[in-house]
Design a binder for this molecule. Structure first.
Ligand code: ATP
Ligand code: MG
Length: 457
């Protein structure tokens, strides 16, 4: 059987109410029997104790019970001798006030009834009356429960009536409460379901109002964050696809136009046109290679083989291999690295790619006669590497965009130099896969500074 949330909630609250009511009734009965009746019986026992010497004295006077047998007035007088003024002043004892005397009776040594309450018998609560070390009789008392029997059922009946009344009122309250709670909760659950449905259909703009700050509110917040991430991803994917097609189409269009011109005999296949086409093909090749790197370095896609590495030797190696090209470009490349090793957990070939991309940029985007400085240091558990160069730099508002795919500061100038705008995006992927951070700043040398931070070992 399938219950709706409202029904389940209703049944749960109702069950709790019913359980509380039953337990409360049981506790009341237990308290009444153990507490109140127990107290009365204790009082009765105390009364019997008080009466015992009076009855013993009476017996001693007559040496048998005949004077008392079937003689209620003697029984009463024996138990209650004339009241003295002192007694009135003192006030009656609690035992007297519980009506214990009327419940008392006398049994002889054979436990046969002699006088007093006719209901007392050998099963009653009793105390022996001892004369000269012989038990000559018993003072007995009807327990309060027995006296109460008819009244008790009345008590139970009234309890039952109260219970039914409470149950009816509870049912109404539970129904109203469940309805109100369920209505507000279900409205939010339905909103969540509706939002999810819209999202599942591919509309990533779907959002949900979180409502109250509770678990459903958190769920709605998380949903909105997820929808936002999906929306961003989708936007980036579309832009990326558009960029890729555009980047691929441009060199292809140039090559196609060139070939068609040769075919139509508008132009001859001169060494210049061939070298121009070769250049475009090379650019396509670089672009495709970079796209491939980008997809490989995307954290989550690429299996990074993390080992313990020393960043200083890795940087030294990258700088040495670029040295000749820096000299040719009339740029000075300086290293300011600590004498100790900078250990981290990293993938060697990916980190090599990171530094070669950054040095390639420094080489490409620094005017000749300038300088490039690589600094490294370790503070507590963070390794910081900075690669700073002299002009040209990047205007502050463009600094953050450098890491976007296909972003180039000066489109035409960089295209001429063969840049596809993917290098820094690849760098960011690699750094993030190493749990690091990459940022671009204006450098003190007047150009650009790329600052890297990695968790040190
Ligand atoms: N050291 C630098 N100094 C000045 N500008 C730079 C520097 N490094 C990068 N830039 C600017 O940032 C842009 C993005 O760099 P990125 O490395 O991502 O792409 P790219 O160098 O143009 O192409 P690719 O690296 O894919 O061949 C560059 O086009 C350039 O305009
Ligand atoms: Mg680059």
């Amino acid at each position: 059987m399938r219950f709706s949330l409202t029904t389940k909630l209703f049944l749960a609250i109702l069950t709790v109410c019913a359980a509380v009511m039953v337990m409360q009734t049981m506790a009341m009965r237990y308290g009444f029997e153990q507490g109140f009746l127990g107290y009365l019986n204790d009082q009765g026992r105390q009364s019997m104790n008080e009466a015992r010497p009076l009855i013993t004295a009476a017996y001693k006077k007559h040496n048998n019970w005949d004077f008392m047998r079937n003689n209620l007035s003697t029984w009463i007088q024996t138990l209650r001798p004339p009241i003295t003024a002192a007694e009135i002043r003192r006030g009656p004892s609690a035992a007297d006030q519980s009506g214990a005397i009327v419940r008392m009776g006398l049994l002889d040594e054979n436990l046969s009834w002699v006088s007093g309450n006719p209901s007392v018998n050998k099963d009653s609560m009793r105390l022996p009356i001892i004369v000269d070390k012989n038990t000559v009789g018993w003072i007995a008392m009807v327990p309060f429960e027995d006296v109460l029997a008819p009244g008790e059922s009345r008590f139970l009946e009234s309890q039952l009536r109260i219970m039914i009344l409470i149950a009816t009122v509870s049912l109404v309250i539970v129904a109203v409460f469940t309805f109100l709670i369920a209505r507000s909760i279900l409205r939010r659950v339905r909103n969540l379901a509706k939002g999810t449905h819209i999202l599942a259909k591919g509309d990533y703009t779907s959002r949900i109002a979180p409502g109250a700050r509770d678990e459903l509110g958190t769920l709605a917040d998380d949903f909105n964050r997820m929808a936002q991430a999906l929306e961003n991803n989708e936007r980036t994917r579309r832009a990326f696809m558009a960029d890729i097609s555009h980047e691929l189409r441009t060199p292809l269009a140039v090559i196609q136009a060139e070939i068609e011109a040769i075919q139509d005999n508008i132009r001859s296949a001169s060494p210049e046109s061939l070298s121009m086409m070769h250049g475009e093909v090379q650019q396509l090749n670089t672009l495709i290679g970079n796209l491939h790197q980008l997809s490989l370095t995307d954290a989550g896609f690429q299996q990074y083989r993390m080992v313990t590495l020393d960043l200083t030797s890795l940087i030294r190696h990258a700088a040495t291999s670029m040295n000749v090209r820096f000299q040719q470009a009339d740029l000075s490349l300086q290293l300011d690295l600590p004498s100790y090793a900078l250990y981290l957990k990293g993938d060697e070939s990916r980190l090599q790619q990171l530094f070669s991309n950054l040095l390639e940029n420094a080489l490409r985007y620094t005017d000749s006669g300038g300088q490039v400085l690589i600094r490294g240091e370790k503070q507590s558990d963070t390794i910081t590497i900075s690669i700073a160069d002299s002009p040209p730099g990047v205007t502050p508002e463009k600094l953050d965009r450098l890491f976007e795919r296909f972003y180039r500061v000066e489109e035409s100038r960089n295209r001429a130099s063969g840049g596809s705008g993917l290098g820094l995006a690849i760098c960011r992927n690699i750094v993030e896969a190493h749990n690091g951070k990459i940022q671009a700043h204006a450098s003190a040398l007047g150009g650009l500074e790329i600052r890297l931070q990695f968790p040190a070992l």
